[in-house]
Design a protein around this ligand. Sequence first.
Ligand SMILES: C[S@@+](CC[C@H](N)C(=O)[O-])C[C@H]1O[C@@H](n2cnc3c(N)ncnc32)[C@H](O)[C@@H]1O
Length: 400
Amino acid sequence: MKYLKNDILNIFKDSIDKHEFIKGVFSNPTKESSYKKINLKPVQIKGDFFIQFESFINNKAFHKNETLVDSFKILDEIIDIFKQILIVTSNQEIQILQNKKGFSIKRKHTENKILKLSHNKQKNYILQDNTPVPSLIELGVMSETGKVSKEKFNKFRQINRYLEFIEDTLKELHEKKLIGNSMKIIDFGCGKSYLTFALYHYLKYIKHLKVEIIGLDLKDDVIKHCNTIAKNLDFDNLQFIKGDIKDFNIFHDVDMIFSLHACNNATDYSILKGLELGAKAILAVPCCQSEINQKINKSSMTELKGVLSPFGNHGILQERFSSLATDALRALSLELCGYNTKVMEFIDMEHTPKNILIKSILGCPSEEKLKEKRKEYDRYLQFLGVTPLLDDLLKDYFKK
Ligand SMILES: C[S@@+](CC[C@H](N)C(=O)[O-])C[C@H]1O[C@@H](n2cnc3c(N)ncnc32)[C@H](O)[C@@H]1O
């Protein structure tokens, strides 16, 4: 059977994603190539994971450490150049030969080898593969022995990434003396609550904090299911409530609120609730930001029909622009409400296009900074030529 280049790329991707990749050897180059051989191995630098490319050109070796995203681009280029590729993973040796008809693959299963990096990549994960977490077992992310299922590996990675953000947020909250040893948290639009359960586990059993968490969602069935799991696991301080974010008024003096992929304006209402409840940290990973786009369509004042017409002329470009414009407005509005706000990538685009995290921590901005931000805000809304719901919701909380 013959394989395509994409199949070979996927073998690399799969083994790297699962942390099973040990080394790769590209040899027997085509005549045109200046490379004689390329060796690959995973390395860890300052806690981050890279692939080291050792390339041999004219009997000299060159070393370069590449991010995973760049590594896949390079692999895409070099696979064509070599007739022989060896991939060694923790449990297989895969010999790949290339001729004009395509690639042939021979796999040999080997005894489990342990991936040795200067530091093992797994140490980076807050929750680890092969270490049981009861709620993730209940939710079907891992088996009873803690093995993460192949289908749920992206979810598992997303959970860990999210916990890393929470870890950083906790550090900042502690440093600013905004929290003590107990925390009240609300997850708005919790859905199936993978992240809510993981957060409870992390804060209670890893950080040993006293926590109270509420997950809120419109859907009756998911709320019932989550409450059943919480009850089975004796998670006394984790409860799930059915309701609309807009109407939530149960907790007071909340430490942190977050909403992950809560649709369209649900994110705006969760930000409003965060302000009403005095949250010290407000985290949002928005999705389906359609409101501003619809308002731009109807506006005659918008620069999308002026200097930004190259965007406005194309539905898809205007839609993407509006989505980013919405998140920029959210970040700016939170700054005007006195929060230090950062916007960052939540998780690789590869896993979800909804990948912007807005992280705000209560601050104490100067009068001058607030004045500047207010000018920026007014100028920005005039440019957009619309009045977003967020403006109505938050303006009473603006410090200027
Ligand atoms: C895409 S899911 C995300 C679930 C979860 N946060 C996650 O990231 O896995 C969005 C959830 O938000 C909920 N939702 C949307 N609007 C809401 C509202 N106004 N009030 C409460 N929940 C809402 C939906 O019912 C849905 O379960």
